[in-house]
Design a protein around this ligand. Sequence first.
Ligand code: PMP
Length: 385
Amino acid sequence: MIYLDHNATTCPAPEVIAEMVDVLQRVWGNPSSTHGPGQAARRALVDARARVAAFLGCQVAELVFTSGATEANHMAVLGALAAARGTARRRLVLSAVEHPGLLALGRRLAGEGVPLDLIPVDAQGRLDFAAAKELIGDDVALVSVMGANNETGVLMPIAELAELAHTHGARLHVDATQLAGKSALNFAASGADLMSVSAHKLAGPKGVGALAVRKGLALPPLLSGRQERQRRGGTENLPGIVGFAAAAERAAATLARDLAHMRFLREHLEQGLQRVLPASHVYGQEAARLPNTVCLRFGTLDAEQVLNKLERAGMLASSGAACSAGGTQPSHVLLAMGESAERAKAAVRFSLGPDNTADEIGRVIAVAARVIGPLLIDQTAALAA
Ligand code: PMP
């Protein structure tokens, strides 16, 4: 099997699993308990928090562990709106290409009366900054924009957005889920007030993530309770949090090498596919992108057909976001980039990981030429007939 769907999720690393099993077996106490097992769990939690904070470039007191990025995103948006309640700041501004979960939250809130605006993107998937300037005013409570898009890998201008938001007294939340492990994260230097991440995108476990909350920012909790300095109730998911710490440490240790390796393989894949299948169109090719992601279509061949062929050859990629795979809806990201529904449904995403090899990429290119090439010829013939 050649796994090229790392933006959907990753296989947990052996050292992550080893640390988690150790915690499950040995450190099973409740970190809130005052007895021995509880205090051992507390120490493991403190240690894991320091490791994840170092990875994110935030202070330990700024880190709130959550059940993943979806929860962190909800905490950021609902918390920032709640914090601004009673003031003239009521507006929520998102980008049009946010993760489906965040957009669904935005639409739900809009239905409840929260004024919502979506910042458009251009044909390359880049944020329309001129539009952002028009939309972000003194009535905005929160601007929430992802660090990198999960489907195209296109990067968003976080530092500029932070400056813009702060000029108007608004907060900036960054969903950095796809940046983690694919770019050096530095919450302190980013300018963001809030930042979401998820462990399972960087060889950590599913069901654990974090929200970094800028020191001094009073953010009402989503889940009430005593844990996480009253910011997130519920007994801590210690095995998951320790697994997250192991994954973060591992990713940081090899980051520079991994980024160069993935970028090299991505270029190899992208150029190879364009060479053997000239009808390939790469999305966001002119934009600054994550080093591991290539989103493209082969003419207008339906993505499902392409993915089936690849999977039969043992190669796993995805159509747009995994969250919408199986559905027949075209990707909202590609529609926002101005693609037609027909073309958007042809989009296939390859997302690489540090363990992919040049040999694997060579095999993917060869198989694509063999199995997709004839489909393209058939389609061209059918269109000409
Ligand atoms: N935001 C982005 C940009 C994502 O790619 C994902 C994962 N698909 C999420 C949020 C949700 O993360 P989680 O699975 O941890 O809830």
